[in-house]
Design a protein around this ligand. Structure first.
Ligand code: ADP
Length: 395
């Protein structure tokens, strides 16, 4: 079956058409500047990548252009809309209502809407994409795959904050976690690579991208993760602060005369390695900067790696042990320096890294030595494929 995977934001929409039998990408692309002017980037497998300006006042036009490109006589990859068997939508927040992916129905969408408060920037945008698709493909079954669902197995002690309990009762303020599709995909693949049983393995997945989170997966279930009610908590990220002393907000509000909007903007967009270095949120720039003697770039790298190592240590304690550590996403898959620095802190676990193997980029590879007590791997994530698999399983 061909599955159209859609990841819809407020002004952009990424898509991939995946043949689920061969698990290959038939075409992929991106609609940008929706509601502003509009630009479509499209690439059929093995074909040329094209970018063209197209008026996209709403997501409906954007999805129409995607369908037109996919079914185009020359550059298309399917004959007609009928050859698209299902659509898988990435949905960010399923609150406590969704512990797994779900077929999209009116009732299901109502339940997702009830979670909008928890992700006001993401969920409404995701739902606009669903609406537009339903309009243009009314007879095609659709599935919603949530970033939060995998973490619904966390025990209460991992998700309740040290706040008055009434806020959990009234507003469901708790840890939810994100990147669940990636953590699930990578932890499963780690077990496969090791030839181990997924139901009998303790894995820590380090999803280190621009947004970054860590997940403790015990016997196939997420038992803790570093992002919280929102994706701001946990690791230091590209531009997000991660964990800080909450009282810093009051301190800065007074000193800098900042209101809550300005503070949140600072924490989400001006902090992290970008804020610390003053140079870039991209680890390639930070490495180049540090090599050239930029001290703050080096500090940013040091803080990032130290925080990752501290989380790995705490999740090892949470699971009373760890069998495997998997690195994934842009930094985890490509940055051998970060992997090496993180693992240097973990010698007490009996971890030994093979420096030669650790040079690998963007491929599945075991970077620990055969003697290492804990296996350390690079496992490229593939959230689109994971969404396609979930979609096929449900339709
Ligand atoms: P997201 O999906 O959260 O936007 P990605 O997983 O695509 O993030 O990761 C993007 C980040 O990965 C970049 O900001 C950069 O820091 C890092 N990255 C990508 N390629 C490399 C590389 N070759 N070496 C080091 N870091 C890289």
């Amino acid at each position: 079956m061909n599955v159209l995977v859609i990841n819809c934001g407020s002004s952009s929409l990424k898509f991939q058409l995946i043949n689920s039998d061969t698990e290959t990408v038939l075409a992929k692309g991106l609609c940008e500047r929706i509601g502003i002017d509009g630009r479509l980037t499209y690439q059929p497998a093995g074909g040329e990548k094209t970018t063209e300006d197209k008026a996209m006042p709403t997501h409906t036009e954007a999805i129409q252009f995607v369908i037109d490109a996919l079914t185009d006589e020359k550059r298309g990859v399917v004959g007609s809309l009928e050859e698209i068997g299902a659509v898988g939508h990435r949905l960010v927040h399923g609150g406590e209502k969704f512990a797994s992916s779900a077929v999209i129905t009116d009732e299901m969408l109502k339940a997702v809407e009830e979670c909008n408060d928890l992700a006001p920037l993401h969920n409404p945008a995701n739902l606009i994409g669903v609406d537009a698709c339903k309009k243009l493909m009314p007879n095609t079954p659709m599935v919603g795959v949530f970033d939060t669902a995998f973490h619904q197995t966390m025990p209460e002690k991992a998700y309740i904050y040290g706040l008055p309990y009434e806020y959990y009762d009234k507003y469901k303020v708790r840890r939810y976690g994100f990147h669940g599709t990636s953590h699930s995909f990578v932890s499963k693949r780690t077990a496969e690579i090791l030839g181990a049983s997924y139901d009998n393995l303790k894995t820590i997945v380090c999803h280190l991208g621009n947004g970054a989170s860590i997940c403790a997966v015990e016997n196939g279930k997420s038992v803790d993760t570093s992002m919280g009610l929102t994706p701001l908590e946990g690791l230091v990220m590209g531009t997000r602060s991660g964990d800080i002393d909450p009282a810093i907000l009051e301190f800065l509000a007074k000193k800098e005369d900042m209101d809550i909007t300005a503070l949140m903007n600072m924490l989400n967009k001006k902090s992290g390695v970008q804020g610390m270095s003053g140079l870039s949120s991209d680890f390639r720039d930070l490495s180049a900067g540090a090599d050239a003697g930029n001290k703050r770039a080096q500090t940013a790298l040091d803080v990032f790696c130290y925080r990752v190592a501290k989380y790995v240590g705490s999740y090892t304690a949470a699971m009373n042990g760890v069998d495997a550590i998997a690195f994934t996403a842009g930094i985890g898959e490509n940055d051998s320096y970060v992997r090496e620095q993180v693992c240097k802190y973990l010698g007490y676990l009996g971890i030994e890294i093979d420096a030669e193997a650790n040079k690998a980029r963007g491929e599945e590879v075991m970077i620990s030595t055969p003697d290492s007590k804990v296996k350390v791997l690079v496992v490229p994530t593939n959230e689109e494929l994971a969404i396609a698999r979930e979609t096929v399983a449900l339709v």
